[in-house]
Design a protein around this ligand. Structure first.
Ligand code: GDP
Ligand code: MG
Length: 342
């Protein structure tokens, strides 16, 4: 075996956390390409999506997961399974919180503990903090003294039980949402065995630090995937996700959550890719709203999706959209499995 293989590091890194904190944005920033769809609405991500970062002597396989929520219907149950399932077999967990977060999900901590997986806590959205107070840190200069770096093999996560209600107890309560140093101290106290990194996934602050920390924790292992691959899902999957994103962006209330996109036909020709997609909604009334007067709303979706598809697939795209009704699909396990949920 040559040296490259012997020193190669490779492993699985799960990105977990509540909805809307920036998990998908982070994965796209890490990979350097948009794989996961992002909107300002919670629960945009429904499936687990792999993003592969290939380096000279490493391969990190990230998985972006749906957010952790209390499931109310079958679709959400499937989404939660994807999130919890991604912990099993992970070599490192990136737990995304944001500058406003105060507590961590106890059930998830127990799960990480049971699996004995090292944890890195990422405080996202630090770009929203006052640059006057955080000038140095926002430029990526964070004192190592502030950080506990887990390099030991025993990575059991211990929650400091005295600190679960840190807000009330701590007389010198950190000014939350203001000062990066205080935020790190707060989380260090709460979870002394996890590494804490303040980041901005959107503005790309401290992203190299995240990669460095992961590499310290990854096992030596040959690459799991071929080095040209950046994801495990087929192009067809991303086509449906891009269309779904446009629905999330263009409609409000229940339409995005009631919609599912199925690619009925994906045919690559020499100069063009022909895609036929079916959009399923739950009721006739939703179908009319989605299509809009004279089909204008659907046309908008079609145009913006096609433009992005052309960029993603690097080829001209001919896109056809059809809207269908599948009553209550989110609550029916039969429809869910038809749509590819487990
Ligand atoms: P997810 O549900 O955890 O996957 O979150 P998304 O990645 O979909 O992001 C949710 C929202 O937060 C989007 O509007 C993002 O643009 C925004 N967002 C993500 N990361 C950052 C960040 O670092 N700073 C700011 N200001 N916004 C962010
Ligand atoms: Mg997401």
């Amino acid at each position: 075996m040559n040296n490259k293989i012997l020193n190669f590091k490779s492993g699985f890194v799960s990105i977990i956390g509540k909805p809307n904190l920036g998990k998908s944005t982070l994965m796209n920033t890490l990979i350097g390409q948009k794989l996961s769809i992002i909107t300002s609405k919670a629960q945009t991500t429904r499936h687990r999506i792999l993003g592969i970062l290939n380096g000279k002597d490493f391969q990190i396989i990230f998985s972006d997961t749906p957010g952790i929520i209390n499931p109310k219907y079958a679709l959400q149950k499937s989404m939660i399974k994807e999130s919890y399932g991604s912990i099993i077999g992970a070599d490192v967990i990136l737990w995304v919180i944001d500058i406003y977060e105060k507590e961590l999900d106890q059930k998830l901590i127990e799960k990480c503990n049971k699996e004995n997986i090292p944890l890195i806590i990422l405080i996202n959205k630090i770009d929203l903090l006052d640059p006057k107070i955080n000038n140095k840190e926002l430029k990526g200069n964070i004192s190592d003294k502030l950080n506990v770096i887990t390099e030991s093999t025993n990575n059991n996560i211990k929650i400091n039980s005295n600190c679960s209600s840190l807000e009330e107890e701590n007389k010198e309560k950190p000014k939350r949402g203001n000062n990066i140093k205080d935020l790190i101290k707060y989380w260090n106290k709460l979870i002394p065995t996890a590494q804490i990194i303040p980041i901005s996934a959107l503005k790309k602050i401290n992203i190299e630090k995240v990669v460095e920390s992961i590499l310290k924790l990854l096992p030596k292992h040959p690459p799991y995937y071929s080095e040209e691959m950046i994801t495990d899902k087929p192009e067809k999957f991303f086509a449906s996700e891009i269309i779904r994103e446009k629905i999330f962006i263009n409609y409000h209330q229940e339409i995005p959550y009631s919609s599912e996109v199925v690619i009925d036909n994906f045919k690559e020709e020499e100069k063009i890719i022909k895609i036929k997609a079916l959009i399923y909604v739950e009721r006739d009334s939703q179908k009319y709203i989605l299509i809009g007067k004279k089909g204008l709303e659907l046309k908008k979706i079609g145009i913006s999706a096609r433009l992005e598809l052309e960029e993603f697939l690097n080829k001209k795209v001919y896109l056809e959209l059809f809207v269908k009704v599948s009553p209550n699909w989110r609550k029916k396990t039969s429809s869910l499995s038809k749509f590819g949920y487990r």
